[in-house]
Design a protein around this ligand. Structure first.
Ligand SMILES: *Cc1c(COP(=O)(O)O)cnc(C)c1O
Length: 235
């Protein structure tokens, strides 16, 4: 299965963005059909972190309406004007969330994909109650049990999901994972699917530019694609 084209440049026009999007959607359809799930709908979260508002606007003009950002501050600087210009745009937080940014995140994002500890669950529950605004929440799962990576260990997922639901009254809409670098991702995607099924979780956010087709075949409902759409991130 092909990864991203290493020669991709940063998009310069909306039609370039549309072309890449079309190719990605086609590849996903083919991969799902090959896996025996021709009916499956996989949503593309365009990961726009580090890209300028001008670059992001091209992708909005190409029809993208689902975006992922990994920093609260950066998203709050770039997105308010774009969102006004393109209503019905959904913003997802896909990076770690510090408790002291939880109020901003609840106010700003439509989905928070990185709920990864009990303290954050409590702070989010308090903010949701205070603001009367409830982003959909995903739990991040550290499928590779990597010490430096955020996320709930697979063995703790059932208890943590129950704690979020029962103790904090938080409906959990999805699970998210980032497999370890340099390992085949398939076992991690399969594990995330198994944990989700067992806990009655509908959404699965997994797969990035290099492995989204495998993720789609293993049941991703949302793949997070940055460089495959926008090209390389500015450093
Ligand atoms: C940056 C990022 C992505 C997108 O990575 P690409 O390889 O550019 O597609 C996906 N998920 C998360 C959590 C990220 O931080």
């Amino acid at each position: 299965m092909a990864g991203p084209d290493a020669k991709l440049e940063v998009i310069q026009t909306a039609s370039e963005a549309a072309q890449r999007l079309k190719a990605i959607n086609l590849a996903i359809s083919e991969a799902c059909a090959e896996a025996g799930h021709p009916e499956r709908k996989v949503h593309i979260t365009a990961v726009s972190k580090k890209h300028s508002a001008a670059t992001i606007r091209l992708s909005l003009e190409a029809g993208l309406r689902l975006f992922g950002e990994n920093r609260v501050q950066e998203a709050m600087e770039k997105w308010p004007a774009l969102r006004e210009e393109f209503p019905h745009t959904e913003l997802r937080l896909i990076g770690p969330l510090q408790s002291n940014k939880a109020a901003d995140a609840v106010a700003f994002f439509d989905v928070i994909e990185t709920l990864d500890r009990a303290k954050l669950a409590r702070v989010l529950a308090d903010e949701i109650a205070a603001q009367g605004r409830a982003p959909r929440l995903y739990i991040q799962i550290n499928t590779g049990e990597e010490p430096q990576k955020s996320g709930i260990a697979p063995g703790d997922v059932d208890a943590f999901t129950a704690q979020c639901r029962d103790e904090y009254g938080l409906p959990i809409a999805g699970f998210m994972c980032i497999p370890p670098m340099g390992e085949p991702p398939a076992p991690h995607f399969a594990l995330l699917g198994k944990l989700a099924a067992r806990n009655g979780i509908p959404d699965l956010s997994m797969g990035m530019s290099g492995d989204f087709l495998i993720a789609a075949q293993l049941g991703a409902t949302h793949v997070r694609i940055g460089s495959g759409i926008f090209g390389p991130r500015p450093s």
